[in-house]
Design a binder for this molecule. Structure first.
Ligand code: ASP
Ligand code: MG
Length: 435
């Protein structure tokens, strides 16, 4: 079995979907294709969820936008509405409409996951119908019937044993050669939808690769592979031909946007090679992520996370921040499901960074204020340099207003005032190469 993953951009319009069908047409082995929601529709669904939650009147209009977007895509692909497909799409929208007229009955995260799942259900229903229409016979799989997870909504954990049994039964290579399924979603023990975190479709593909003992996995992108530099800022960039698993885990941990952080582990566990390749130039080699050592000489890689919020806590009377305090702070961090991008503690303070988009910042700060003096600073950047050299570090410190610096043998992290541009000459953000 081979696993392909196509993101939202690769299904953004009829041309893009036709292009995927060509790429798939080249494969003569059993193939499972994991597809994301069409471009930007997960963001639109988030707007719908927010509008529903805050009881805004525009929720129906937003839903209508989403519907039009999908109907236009169908018309562009088929020239007229195929009856079966139209019925399926109308049913999905009826289910969504029924949800937005009722107030939230459970937690925000639960309601979020019930709604967010429709993005992938819609896209895969359309893609599968189109492939069947042009003779690429395939089986559409509702991944919620295969992947079991817990009820940690918006960041659910896969239950591997039961999922494995189901996956092996559903994705049977002798029964079918082409499977189309959704990324990003699974189901809890009661059959409710749960999601694996934004951009989680890469992870779904890796889960399936693991469960089905796939021979390889390819993530198809609008970029040539993984680069050591951000081509938006620099003309001289190098594509990384090979990245060892352990390095890819480090890079995604520090925030490289190339691959969802959880993707590598299941692949590494069974030594399944991962390729990042371009759907625009599918014949080009791309980047291979596999076992092995880092190719020498080491290139400095820069990962920049923008829009960081620094939260600093101090005890009211300047007493030490001890283990009890850290326990209290981390309990809150856990309660709010905060993703920490950076932490540092000194004798009398503890500081940490979160993404600006994290929606519970206010609540977290209010809770912290019950015990501590809390300060918040917005608009910061975290710059991580893997495999730094004295020169590269000197350039960063010269060109940025550094607030905090942390270093270990391989990695240096700088928290800096935000800049519009990153004025580094020979090194830059680790990113994907745009074409
Ligand atoms: N559609 C989801 C998102 O945009 C999952 C994914 O694309 O990987 O976050
Ligand atoms: Mg996406």
């Amino acid at each position: 079995m081979i696993i392909y993953k196509f993101g939202g951009v690769s299904v953004k319009d009829a041309e893009a979907i036709k292009n995927i069908s060509k790429i798939i047409g080249e494969v003569n082995e059993p193939l499972t294709v994991v597809v994301s929601a069409i471009d930007n529709s997960t963001n639109l669904l988030e707007e719908i969820i927010d509008a529903h939650y805050s009881e805004k009147a525009n929720v129906k209009l937003l839903l209508e936008d989403l519907k039009q977007k999908h109907l236009t895509l169908i018309l562009d692909l088929f020239d007229k509405f195929p009856k079966n497909l139209l019925t399926k799409i109308q049913n999905l929208f009826s289910e969504m409409e029924a949800r937005v007229v009722k107030p939230f009955s459970q937690s925000f995260n639960y309601e979020y996951d019930q709604m967010i799942a429709y993005g992938e259900l819609l896209s895969t229903t359309i893609v599968s119908a189109y492939f069947n229409h042009i003779g690429q016979k395939n089986m559409w799989v509702d991944i919620r019937t295969c992947l079991d997870a817990d009820d940690k909504y918006r960041d659910a954990n896969i239950i591997w044993d039961s999922s494995e049994e189901k996956a092996k039964n559903i994705f049977k290579p002798d029964a079918n050669h082409l499977f189309i399924t959704q990324g990003f979603i699974a189901s809890d023990s009661k059959g409710n939808a749960c999601s694996l975190g934004r951009e989680g479709s890469d992870y779904t593909a890796a889960i399936l690769a693991y469960l089905l003992d796939a021979e390889k996995m390819i993530i198809w992108k609008d970029v040539l592979g993984v680069l050591n530099a951000d081509p938006d800022y620099f003309s001289n960039t190098t594509k990384l031909d090979l990245i060892p698993y352990h390095e890819a885990i480090e890079l995604s941990y520090y925030g490289a946007s190339v691959i969802h952080p959880k993707t590598i582990k299941p692949l590494q566990a069974k030594e399944i090679p991962l390729w990042v390749k371009s759907f625009i130039k599918p014949k080009e080699e791309g980047t291979l992520i596999t076992k092995g050592d880092l190719p020498q000489p080491l290139l400095p890689n820069f990962i920049v996370k923008k829009q960081q919020v620094l939260i600093s806590i101090k005890s009211h009377n300047f007493s030490f921040i001890g283990e009890n305090d850290l326990f209290f702070v981390f309990s809150l961090i856990n309660k709010y499901g905060v993703k920490l991008n950076f932490t540092q503690n000194t004798a009398v303070s503890f500081v940490f960074c979160v993404n600006h988009s994290f929606r519970f910042i206010e609540g977290l700060i209010d809770d912290l204020k019950l015990k501590y003096d809390v300060e918040r600073e917005d608009g910061l950047e975290l710059i991580t340099v893997r495999h730094y050299s004295p020169d590269t570090l000197a350039e960063i410190t010269e060109n940025h207003q550094i607030l905090i610096e942390q270093k270990n043998k391989n990695t240096a992290i700088f928290l800096s005032q935000g800049t519009q541009e990153i004025p580094l000459e020979d090194c830059c953000c680790l990113q994907e190469k745009r074409q």
